[in-house]
Design a protein around this ligand. Structure first.
Ligand code: GUN
Length: 292
C-alpha cells in the first residue's frame, strides 16, 4: 500500500484564501480591521522565527499585527502589565504570548491574564477547561491540534467511533488534540514516556497523532494498515547534502509509514502550515465577534 499524502501546504493555502476574503468582507461591512498582538519574551531563536512567520502570514491575509518584544529578564509584572494593556486595546482582537517563556516566569499566570475573548491560542485555563468538559465550548481551540483535525477531516477520516492514539501529552499539542478527538466521539488513548508497549498501542490506532519531538521514532511496523497518520514533529537532523547541513523530519519514519498508512502528513509541509492558518482564522473570528 502507498499512503495518500495529506498536503498541509495546499489545504492551508485554500483556507488562507477564505480568510483573506473574510477580512475583506468584514471591512466592507463596516467591521473592525482584525489585529493580532504578538508577545515575545527573551531571545529563543526558534520563537523569533515562529513569531516572524506568524506576523508575515497576518500581513498576507490583511490582518494587522503588533509585535511586542521584552528582554529575557523581564519580570512577571512587566509581562502581565503588557498583556493587560493589550486586553484594553480595541485594535487588538487576538493576543499571542509565544511559548516557551524564559525560566522564572509563571506561564500559567500570564496565560490566565489574557482576556478569554482575545485568547486566539486557546491556552487560557478557562478555554482549556471548557474543551475538557462535556456540553461546554471554548471560545478558541489551540491552533496546532485544531489544524490536525482539519487535516483529518479533509483527508476523509471518520472520527466518530475511531480508535485514536495521541503520542505525547504536551499542553500545546498532545493533550488538547486528545480532548478535541474525544469531543468528536473518537475513543482516545494518550501515550507518553511511561507507556508500556508503545508500538502495540500505536498498532491499534485508526488515527495516530505523533507529537513527541523525537525524530522518526514511530516506525512503519507500529502503524495499522490504512491508518490516518498526523505527524506533528519538526525535528532537525544532520544532513551534509543540504546547504544548511541539516533538514527537518517528523516524529514518524515517513518512508516506512508510506508503505503501511492510508494517509499521512509529511514534515515539513503537513501540520506546520496549518498552525498559523488556524491562528489567522481565530483572529478573524475574534474580530468578527467583537464588532461594535
Ligand atoms: N510555541 C509552540 N507552539 C506554539 C503555539 O501554537 N502558540 C504559542 N503561543 N507558542 C507556541
Amino acid at each position: 500500500m502507498t499512503a495518500k499524502i495529506i498536503d498541509g501546504k495546499e489545504i492551508a493555502a485554500e483556507i488562507r484564501k477564505e480568510i483573506t476574503a473574510g477580512v475583506e468582507a468584514l471591512l466592507a461591512d463596516g467591521g473592525p480591521h482584525p489585529g493580532l498582538a504578538t508577545v515575545l519574551v527573551g531571545d529563543n531563536p526558534a520563537s523569533h522565527t515562529y513569531v516572524r512567520a506568524k506576523r508575515k502570514a497576518c500581513a498576507e491575509v490583511g490582518i494587522e499585527s503588533f509585535g511586542h518584544e521584552l528582554p529575557a529578564d523581564a519580570s512577571q509584572a512587566e509581562v502581565e502589565k503588557l498583556v493587560s494593556e493589550l486586553n484594553a486595546d480595541s485594535a487588538v482582537h487576538g493576543i499571542l504570548v509565544q511559548l516557551p517563556l524564559p525560566a522564572g516566569l509563571d506561564e500559567e499566570a500570564i496565560l490566565k491574564a489574557i482576556s478569554i475573548e482575545k485568547d486566539v491560542d486557546g491556552f487560557h485555563p478557562l478555554n482549556i477547561g471548557r474543551l475538557a468538559q462535556k456540553g461546554r465550548e471554548p471560545l478558541f481551540v489551540p491552533c496546532t491540534p485544531a489544524g490536525c483535525l482539519v487535516l483529518l477531516r479533509k483527508a476523509g477520516a471518520k472520527l466518530e467511533g475511531a480508535n485514536a492514539v495521541v503520542v505525547g501529552r504536551s499542553n500545546i499539542v498532545g493533550m488538547p488534540a486528545a480532548l478535541l478527538l474525544v469531543k468528536e466521539n473518537a475513543t482516545v488513548t494518550i501515550c507518553h514516556s511511561k507507556t508500556t508497549d508503545l508500538p502495540g498501542v500505536c498498532r491499534r490506532a485508526d488515527i495516530l497523532i505523533a507529537a513527541i519531538g523525537r525524530a522518526r521514532m514511530i516506525r512503519g511496523d507500529w502503524i495499522k494498515p490504512g491508518a490516518y497518520v498526523i505527524d506533528v514533529g519538526t525535528n532537525r537532523i544532520d544532513d551534509p547534502t543540504t546547504k544548511s547541513g541539516y533538514r527537518q523530519v517528523g516524529d514518524v519514519d515517513f518512508d516506512e509509514a508510506m508503505e503501511v498508512a492510508g494517509a499521512i502528513t509529511p514534515s515539513p509541509g503537513g501540520v506546520g502550515p496549518m498552525t498559523i492558518t488556524l491562528l489567522l482564522q481565530n483572529t478573524l473570528r475574534s474580530a468578527s465577534r467583537m464588532r461594535p
